[in-house]
Ligand binder design. Structure first.
Ligand SMILES: Cc1cc2nc3c(=O)[nH]c(=O)nc-3n(C[C@H](O)[C@H](O)[C@H](O)COP(=O)(O)O)c2cc1C
Length: 183
């Protein structure tokens, strides 16, 4: 069975992004989730962490969830052409030296999924160059070679609500069919 770990970042239980999350989860058979706002995850790196001390318990817990999963999924709204700060801080703290890089860890996940909502439409985001910029940061840098393949799905323009919810559900359903190197 494909195990999916979902990292979710939106503060409101009534948001469109929450509906997208629920649609995505409806297609999954097995998953774990880190709901960063609900759990009160701290995005602030401490001086001790920066100095390379042992990873704190909350960081280790996130790393263990990622290690146990075949697929990593990130669900969030685009804010200022990036993820919310709580998720940026998650990357700062969880992708530590020794666990994520130095040495670079390759293929920790068989697949990663970036699923984000945006106020602008995808054609508008591509015309401005912001779509490519977000892909470069999130897919090429933050996920990089740590996943064998990465899907980058932007659900732009909330007026296309029904289409977006169908896309999210179909993406969830597609994951068990993906390659699973642990089977
Ligand atoms: C602080 C903030 C910054 C935002 N920045 C962007 C942005 O840079 N580009 C964009 O397309 N939409 C932006 N939006 C719109 C959100 O992406 C959009 O409201 C969200 O994806 C869907 O609404 P939800 O909050 O109900 O989930 C921003 C919204 C907020 C609250």
């Amino acid at each position: 069975m494909t195990r999916v770990h979902v990292v979710y970042a939106h503060p409101s239980p009534t948001s469109f992004t929450r509906e997208v999350l629920d649609a995505f989860l409806s297609g999954l058979t097995a998953y774990t989730i880190s709901d960063l706002y609900a759990s009160g995850f701290s995005p602030v790196m401490s001086p001790a962490e920066y100095a390379g001390g042992p990873a704190p318990a909350d960081v280790r817990a996130e790393q263990e969830l990622l290690d146990a999963a075949d697929v990593w999924a990130f669900v969030y709204p685009v804010w200022w052409m990036d993820c919310p700060a709580i998720l940026k801080g998650w990357f700062d703290r969880v992708l530590t030296v020794g666990w994520a890089y130095k040495p670079m860890r390759l293929n920790v996940a068989s697949r990663a999924v970036i699923l984000c909502t945006a106020g602008y439409s995808v054609p508008a985001l591509k015309a401005s160059g912001h779509h490519q910029a977000m892909r470069a940061v999130m897919v090429d840098d933050r996920i990089g070679a740590r996943a064998e393949s990465t899907d980058f799905v932007v659900l732009g323009d909330p007026a296309q609500r029904e289409t977006h919810l169908s896309t999210a559900a179909a993406l969830g359903r597609s994951l068990p069919l993906g390659r699973n190197r642990r089977q």
